[in-house]
Design a protein around this ligand. Structure first.
Ligand SMILES: [Zn+2]
Length: 135
């Protein structure tokens, strides 16, 4: 069922208002890995023993290079997970906003310009006239 231009504009306004409520965001992805700690007497250093983990780290691209961050506390990890998931929401909303705009552009009728830019003006134009009328 194709939506009307007015419906698409309502949907676009809803998506735009969701953008306004996005929280702190950061790019990257968080992955968990197992591992051994720095204490050589810990059980994880015994041969065949299980490592610790999973340890979480965030990787992201900075200027074409992959940068890794580790987290010193569960709270820090939880904060980063919130920030990264907010980023993914931002990306998702951005895709939705583009989709709805492409629909709007297809349906938006071509309107004659009030002032055709290729036609020379008779005398003087008032660029402020349109703006002050719109207020
Ligand atoms: Zn250990």
């Amino acid at each position: 069922m194709p939506e009307s231009l007015a419906e698409l504009e309502i949907r676009r306004a809803a998506i735009q208002s969701e953008f306004a409520h996005l929280g702190d965001m950061r790019s990257g992805s968080i992955t968990g890995t197992g591992g051994r700690c720095g204490n050589p007497r810990c059980h994880c250093h015994r041969s065949g023993g299980p490592g610790h983990g999973p340890y979480y780290r965030l990787t992201r691209k900075v200027g074409g290079k992959t940068v890794t961050e580790t987290f010193s506390s569960p709270a820090e990890l939880a904060k980063a997970q919130r920030e990264v998931s907010e980023y993914h929401r931002f990306r998702d909303l951005g895709g939705q906003l583009l989709d709805v705009n492409e629909g709007i552009c297809r349906l938006r009728p071509v309107e004659e310009e009030e002032e055709a830019p290729m036609v020379p003006e008779k005398k003087r134009r008032k660029p402020s006239a349109k703006r002050s009328r719109a207020r």
